[in-house]
Write a protein that binds this ligand. Structure first.
Ligand code: HEC
Ligand code: HEC
Length: 230
């Protein structure tokens, strides 16, 4: 990136975020904020320092909503939905980003800046998103193979059924995430992350289950889970 642009990024970020208030979350503004947040470590550090004193709801409104949507019903599969996600799971993940122990590429690029979140901010953020209307089912084509894996696993490869932990409706529980209605592309990426060693330190259970899942089966089961839910 050319130096003058890099130097202008902090200003761009501020302008983009101000502009956002007047034109209300246009895609252009979102793109500018995202580029500014992730494209420049300096900006990211400044942005995260600024967040340390912000009330959780202001954070949701001014920061998190840029990528995850105001109620956590994100539109882009790059950004996971948080709407109605399990509170304990959200708390755990925010702590893992903060401690830099969830370390796949997208986490490092987008979520590692939030090291200044306090424990009470993390609790309030988790509380807020867990109370939003649950992720809406995606319009995916019905997938019989996906349903079979979700409900019965792949016994010949030693893969347990996903519903055993994620629940018959995919709602999750405690530190096991809701998967019903989550973006399929995001879930496929996470299954690949679990298949590589130690990128998500709490991923042991799913790693053991997912490590022999073929790419085609990962796609099938992710598309099936995305169709679940309201
Ligand atoms: C610049 C875009 C961006 C912003 C701003 C952002 N996130 Fe994220 N967030 C992401 C991406 C991308 C991921 C997925 C990381 C991955 O694939 O590992 C993510 C993942 C998450 C996850 C994990 C979800 C899951 O299902 O495991 C949580 C929780 C989360 N973000 C909460 C927040 C909160 C709270 C804020 C505001 C303080 C926030 N994010 C701000 C881009 C963003
Ligand atoms: C033994 C319990 C268990 C089983 C069985 C299980 N999972 Fe999981 N899964 C978990 C836990 C716990 C997590 C959260 C891991 C973490 O905190 O990093 C998780 C996380 C995930 C995620 C990431 C969600 C997100 O928002 O980032 C996906 C996708 C997933 N599992 C898919 C599957 C699929 C597909 C199957 C079946 C083939 C499956 N899981 C079977 C316990 C399980």
């Amino acid at each position: 990136m050319a130096e003058p642009v890099t130097r202008r990024l902090p200003t761009l970020l501020m302008e983009a975020c101000d502009m956002r208030r007047s034109i209300n979350r246009s895609h252009l503004t979102l793109a500018l904020c995202v580029v500014a947040l992730v494209g420049c470590t300096d900006t990211r550090d400044r942005a995260s320092q600024k967040t340390a004193s912000m009330p959780a709801l202001a954070l949701v409104n001014d920061v998190c909503s840029l990528c995850h949507g105001l109620t956590g019903e994100s539109v882009s599969p790059l950004f996971p939905k948080l709407a109605g996600q399990q509170k304990d799971y959200l708390k755990q993940q925010l702590t893992d980003f903060k401690n830099h122990t969830r370390m796949d590429k997208a986490s490092t690029q987008y979520m590692w800046g939030f090291t200044h979140l306090t424990e009470s901010q993390i609790t309030e953020l988790a509380d807020y998103y867990s109370k939003q209307p649950a992720m809406q089912a995606e319009a995916e084509t019905p997938d019989a193979r996906g349903e079979l894996i979700f409900r019965h696993g792949v016994p010949e490869s030693g893969i347990a059924q996903c519903s055993a932990c994620h629940g018959a409706e995919g709602r999750g529980h405690g530190q096991t995430p809701r998967v019903a209605g989550q973006h399929a592309a995001y879930m496929v990426r996470q299954i690949q992350v679990f298949q590589q060693a130690d990128l998500r330190e709490r991923g042991d259970l799913t790693s053991q289950i997912a490590h022999t899942l073929s790419d085609a089966d990962a796609e099938a089961v992710a598309h099936y889970m995305a169709r679940l839910g309201p």
